[in-house]
Design a protein around this ligand. Structure first.
Ligand SMILES: NC(=O)c1ccc[n+]([C@@H]2O[C@H](COP(=O)([O-])OP(=O)(O)OC[C@H]3O[C@@H](n4cnc5c(N)ncnc54)[C@H](OP(=O)(O)O)[C@@H]3O)[C@@H](O)[C@H]2O)c1
Length: 432
C-alpha cells in the first residue's frame, strides 16, 4: 500500500508562495520519488480569497482562517511565506505547539526571534528550516550547518542584497549616478517603492546576523550588527575605486578573532581580483573561509519567485524526509556559545578617504600631522579634482584601529583648511 501523503499548509500566496505552489506542481512526481511520499497542499492562507492570482490554485484550498492550517491535525508541515514579524511569530509558535514542522523564508523574523523559535521547535521535537531567509535560491544555511559543519569558520563575507548590488553595478559599469540607478532598479522590480531597508543596509544586516549565528555558533541578532548603507556613495568614489584597482560592494561581514565576533554591513572597496568583485547586477554571493575547507564561494540568485521557492521546496523535502524517517528536529539550534560582539571602534581595517581641502601649500602636511598624532598611518595620497579654490584628495590608510581613525577625522573636520569629508569607506579583502 502507498504510504500516506505528507500534508502541508502554506501561509501566504504572494511572490514566494505562488513559486512554491508552481514548483511543487511542476516537479511533484519526482519530488514524490525523492521523498518516498507525495507532498500534498491542504490549505493556503491568504488575506483576500477573491483576489485575482497569476498562479492557478483550486479555490477550495484558499482560506483566511489561520487555524484551518495551524489547528488541523492532518497537516504535518507549515510553510510560512507571508512575511510580517509579530503575526508570523505567533503562527509559527502555534504550529510548534501543535507538533508541526515549520519552513520559513522570513529573515526579519529569524534575525529577531530566532532563539525563541528554535526553543519552541526543540520542545516540539520538530524542524525549523529557513534556507530561503538568506540569499534566496543560494544554498548557504544547510551547507554551513551540515556539509561544512566540521570546520571552524574564520570569516564570512557576502553580497547578500541584490538591490544594492544592482545599483552599484549600474554606477560602476554604466557610470550612472546613485539616484538614476535606484530609479532603474525600481522600474525593473529589483527595488521596492520604499527602498530604505535595502539601500540603508538593514536587509543585509538581518541576513548576516543569521549567517554569523550559524557559522560562529553564537546568537547574533539584527541589533548586534553595525550597519551603513550605500546612500553616500557617489560617482567619484566609484571612479577612484576603479583607478585604485578596487570594486565598490555592499558586504555583510562576520569574523571571529580571539573569541570575539565582528559583524557588520557597510560598503567596501574590494580588490578587483577578489571573487566577490566579479559578482554583478542583482546576483548574490557568499564567501566562506573555514579551517578545513579553506575558501569557498556560493553564487546565484538571491531573490525572486522561483529561486526563493527552490530553497523553500528544498526545506519542505528535508522536513518531509525527516518526518518520514521519524527524526524531525535532527538539526536544531547550533548557538551553544555566547560570544562577545566587538564594538565597531575596535575593528582594524584599511580605509579610503575622500576629502575636500584648501588648495595651497602646507595643507597636506597639516592633515598628515593630525593622522600621525592619532596613530593613523597613510599608505597613499592622491590629489584628484580642483573645485573652485578647493582640492579633492584621496587617501588610503594602512591597517589602523577604527577608533584612531575616528579621533583623527573629528579633528580634521574642525580644521579651517578642510571643506568637507566626502566619504570614508573601509577596504576589505586585501592582505597588504
Ligand atoms: N520575494 C522574494 O524574492 C523573497 C526572497 C526571500 C525571502 N522572502 C521572504 O518571503 C516572505 C514572503 O515574501 P513575498 O515577496 O512572497 O510576499 P508577498 O508577495 O507580499 O506575499 C505575501 C502573502 O501573504 C499573504 N498575507 C500577508 N499577510 C497576511 C495576513 N495577515 N493574513 C493572511 N495572509 C497574509 C498575502 O495574502 P494576499 O495575497 O491575499 O494579499 C500574500 O499572499 C517574506 O518573509 C519575505 O521576506 C521573499
Amino acid at each position: 500500500m502507498d504510504k500516506p501523503s505528507i500534508k502541508i499548509g502554506i501561509l501566504g500566496l504572494g511572490t514566494v508562495g505562488s513559486g512554491v505552489v508552481e514548483v511543487l506542481n511542476k516537479n511533484g512526481s519526482d519530488i514524490e520519488k525523492k521523498v518516498g511520499r507525495k507532498i500534498e497542499i491542504k490549505d493556503i492562507l491568504v488575506r483576500d480569497i477573491s483576489k485575482k492570482r497569476k498562479t492557478e490554485v483550486p479555490q477550495h484550498l484558499l482560506t483566511t482562517n489561520p487555524d484551518d492550517i495551524l489547528e488541523n491535525p492532518e497537516i504535518d508541515i507549515v510553510v510560512e511565506v507571508m512575511g510580517t514579524i509579530d503575526l508570523a511569530r505567533q503562527y509559527i509558535l502555534k504550529a510548534f505547539e501543535n507538533k508541526k514542522s515549520v519552513v520559513t523564508a522570513n529573515k526579519d523574523l529569524i534575525a529577531l526571534h530566532g532563539k525563541e523559535l528554535f526553543e519552541a521547535a526543540e520542545k516540539a521535537g520538530r524542524d525549523l528550516l529557513f534556507e530561503a531567509s538568506v540569499a534566496g535560491g543560494i544554498p548557504i544555511i544547510r551547507p554551513l550547518k551540515e556539509c561544512l559543519s566540521g570546520n571552524r569558520f574564520t570569516r564570512i563575507m557576502g553580497i547578500i542584497n541584490g538591490t544594492t548590488n544592482y545599483i552599484l553595478t549600474k554606477m560602476s559599469r554604466d557610470k550612472m549616478e546613485f539616484d538614476d540607478a535606484l530609479a532603474e532598479a525600481q522600474r525593473l522590480g529589483y527595488a521596492e517603492a520604499d527602498p530604505a531597508s535595502d539601500i540603508e543596509g538593514l536587509d543585509a544586516a538581518r541576513k548576516i546576523a543569521i549567517l554569523a549565528s550559524i557559522a560562529f555558533n553564537s546568537r547574533v541578532t539584527y541589533e548586534d550588527v553595525y550597519v551603513e548603507g550605500i546612500t553616500k556613495i557617489n560617482s567619484y568614489d566609484i571612479r577612484y575605486a576603479e583607478e585604485l584597482g578596487y570594486a565598490v560592494k555592499l558586504l555583510g561581514i562576520a569574523k571571529e578573532a580571539d573569541g570575539e565576533l565582528d559583524v557588520r554591513v557597510h560598503p567596501v572597496f574590494i580588490p578587483k581580483s577578489h571573487a566577490l568583485a566579479a559578482v554583478s547586477d542583482e546576483f548574490n554571493a557568499i564567501f566562506v573561509e573555514g579551517d578545513a575547507v579553506g575558501e569557498a564561494m556560493f553564487y546565484g540568485k538571491g531573490a525572486g519567485k522561483l529561486p526563493t521557492a527552490s530553497a523553500v521546496v528544498g526545506d519542505i523535502i528535508s522536513a518531509a524526509r525527516n518526518l518520514s524517517f521519524g527524526m524531525p528536529g535532527r538539526v536544531g539550534c547550533t548557538c551553544f556559545y555566547s560570544k562577545k560582539i566587538k564594538p565597531i571602534q575596535e575593528i582594524e581595517s584599511k580605509y579610503y578617504l575622500r576629502l575636500l581641502v584648501e588648495d595651497r601649500p602646507g595643507v597636506l602636511a597639516s592633515i598628515a600631522g593630525v593622522f600621525g598624532n592619532s596613530n593613523v598611518s597613510i599608505a597613499s595620497v592622491i590629489q584628484k579634482r580642483i573645485e573652485k579654490d578647493m582640492a579633492e584628495i584621496v587617501l588610503v590608510t594602512h591597517t589602523v584601529k577604527e577608533a584612531n581613525l575616528r579621533d583623527a577625522l573629528k579633528i580634521i573636520e574642525g580644521l579651517t583648511i578642510v571643506g568637507n569629508i566626502g566619504n570614508v569607506i573601509r577596504v576589505e579583502g586585501s592582505d597588504t
